[in-house]
Design a protein around this ligand. Structure first.
Ligand code: TMP
Length: 206
C-alpha cells in the first residue's frame, strides 16, 4: 500500500491539532504505520527556526519570515517527509505549503504567485489530502486567548486573521480534489466524525 501524505491546515485555534488523535487512532486500527510532524519545527534545524519565528520579540520583514518558513520546509521534506514516505510510513503534517500562501500571501500580503513559484522551485511533494479546518476568526481567536500567552502570529490583528481565512478558502476553491473543508465551528464530536469519514474514504480507496 502506497504511503499517503496528509496535511492539516487552518487559522489559529481551528481545531486541526485536536483532530490528530482521531486520525492516528484510525490508522492504528488499520495497522497503518505513520509519523506525525509539523511546520515550522519538524526537523532539528526547524525547531530552532520555530522558536525564532514564533517569538513575539523577533523583528523581521515579511520576506525574511517567508524565507525562514521555506528553509524550515525544505529541511523538513529532506529529513522527515520524504524518508518516511519512501519507507512506507504515512506522514501527517500539522501545516505545510498552504500555510505560506495563506499566512505570508494572505496575512502579510506578499505576492502569492511569487510564493507559489518558490515552492515549485524547491521541488516539494504534493500532499495527497489536505484537511482545511475552517472557523470564523472571532471564534478561533477566543479559543486561542483562552489557551494563554500569544505567539508572534496570534498577536496580530483581526484583519490579518481574516485575510488568512479568505486565502485558505481561495486555495480550497482552486484545489477541490486535494483540499477538504472541515467545519470547525460545529461541536467537536461532529467535527472529529467528519475527519474520520474522510480518512476512512482515503484508506478504502487504496
Ligand atoms: P502552530 O503550528 O502552532 O499553528 O504555529 C505555527 C505558526 O506559524 C502559525 O501561526 C502559522 C505560522 N506559519 C506561517 O506563517 N507560515 C508557514 O508557512 C507555516 C508553516 C506556519
Amino acid at each position: 500500500m502506497e504511503a499517503k501524505f496528509i496535511t492539516l491546515e487552518g487559522i489559529e485555534g481551528s481545531g486541526k491539532t485536536s483532530s490528530i488523535k482521531s486520525i492516528t487512532d484510525l490508522l492504528d486500527s488499520k495497522r497503518i504505520t505513520y509519523v506525525v510532524t509539523r511546520e515550522p519545527g519538524g526537523s532539528s534545524i526547524g525547531r530552532e527556526l520555530r522558536s525564532i519565528l514564533l517569538d513575539p520579540k523577533t523583528e523581521i520583514s515579511s520576506e525574511v519570515e517567508l524565507l525562514l518558513m521555506l528553509a524550515d520546509r525544505k529541511d523538513h521534506v529532506e529529513k522527515v517527509i520524504l524518508p518516511n514516505l519512501e519507507t512506507g510510513n504515512w506522514v501527517i503534517s500539522d501545516r505545510f505549503m498552504d500555510s505560506s500562501i495563506a499566512y505570508q500571501g494572505g496575512g502579510r500580503e506578499l505576492d502569492k504567485k511569487m510564493i507559489d513559484s518558490f515552492s515549485k522551485n524547491l521541488n516539494l511533494p504534493n500532499p495527497d489530502l489536505t484537511l482545511l479546518f475552517d472557523v470564523p476568526v472571532e471564534i478561533s481567536l477566543s479559543r486561542v486567548k483562552a489557551r494563554g500567552e500569544l505567539d508572534r502570529f496570534e498577536q496580530e490583528k483581526l484583519d490579518f486573521h481574516n485575510r488568512i481565512r479568505e486565502a485558505y478558502l481561495g486555495l480550497a476553491e482552486q484545489n477541490v480534489n486535494r483540499i477538504q473543508i472541515i467545519d470547525s465551528s460545529q461541536q467537536i464530536e461532529l467535527m472529529l466524525k467528519s475527519v474520520e469519514q474522510i480518512i476512512e474514504t482515503l484508506i478504502n480507496g487504496l
